[in-house]
Design a protein around this ligand. Sequence first.
Ligand SMILES: *Cc1c(COP(=O)(O)O)cnc(C)c1O
Length: 365
Amino acid sequence: MAIQVTKSSMPDFEEYINEIKDLWDTHWLTNMGAKHKIFESQLLNYLKTNNITLFANGHLALECSIAALELTGEVITTPFTFASTTHAIVRNGLKPVFCDINPIDYTIDVDKIEGLINEKTSAILPVHVYGNVCDVEAIETIAKKHNLKVIYDAAHSFGVKVNGKGIGTFGDASMFSFHATKVFNTIEGGAITYNNPSLREILNDLKNFGITGPENVEYVGGNAKMNEFQAAMGICNLRHIDVEIEKRKKVVERYISNLEEVKGIKLPKEQKGVKSNYAYLPAVFDGYEKNRDEVFKKLKENDILARKYFYPIVSNYACYKDVYDEENTPVAKDIANRVLTLPLYADLSLDEVDKICHIILRSKC
Ligand SMILES: *Cc1c(COP(=O)(O)O)cnc(C)c1O
């Protein structure tokens, strides 16, 4: 059977059925029901953040957080990310300005941010890509100096901690995704965590059509509510998340011990003070005997589906390429051409990891 790049974590069938049983008594299926309430408070505790608001998915959470913080003009972000990050800026009527990434952990290059700031800049929207933590201190210093807001795309960072602090406590707000393919899932789902509690009301209104009372609609909101079946999935998956992350760790360690001595394959490194969630295994092929596309093809011939994540970079998408030039972000361009995320999920066996590594290492294409 084919090995996919990821496989969604699911609770036992019985556990989920048990969790949703009372919905047949209450007939309360969405609109901030009992499961939603319980799940929200459990997450607040697990993520070690000050405030949290749940959403139907991560993307709408990000769109709503940009609206709630009333950003204007230009937002500095990186093109080495998923479509969602940039689209959320554009769909709010704002202009993304692409900053390059650093070649160490592929997050925003903090030395290149200030050169992109002008009078129109209202915020920085960096991505904790692959669960790697951005240089949050440098970003905070720059934001303070120029009076900018900071929203982190933390879609990859569920459960990550920095010196014991939840990743969602940095900046003004952070977006988490609970999509089926992420470390932790609610089928589809997402959340915004934030430090200023006064954002709570506006975020809750924006996800529910801007309705502020039975006869009051104050904002042009959308519909981005998490339903009870999603919340129930979250409650179940949260019971097992620590075990899941521990299993991922073993898989990552096996990849690293198999591949770390190989010349020309760059693997993720631990970040100081960071408790990782082992979300992805990006391997960068630079000076290896096969290039990225050859490794990808070789794996595919063996029914192993790695992913060119992220390729192409966002600024090369058909919808953006006429406005942006990849040459302005040379590191992002280069990494996108060399990176392959290898299959990684909690139930991937170590034998399967060995097999994948063996195929990569078998000399000659
Ligand atoms: C998954 C993802 C999103 C969007 O999250 P959804 O829950 O799928 O809407 C945004 N940014 C990044 C970097 C992602 O990987």
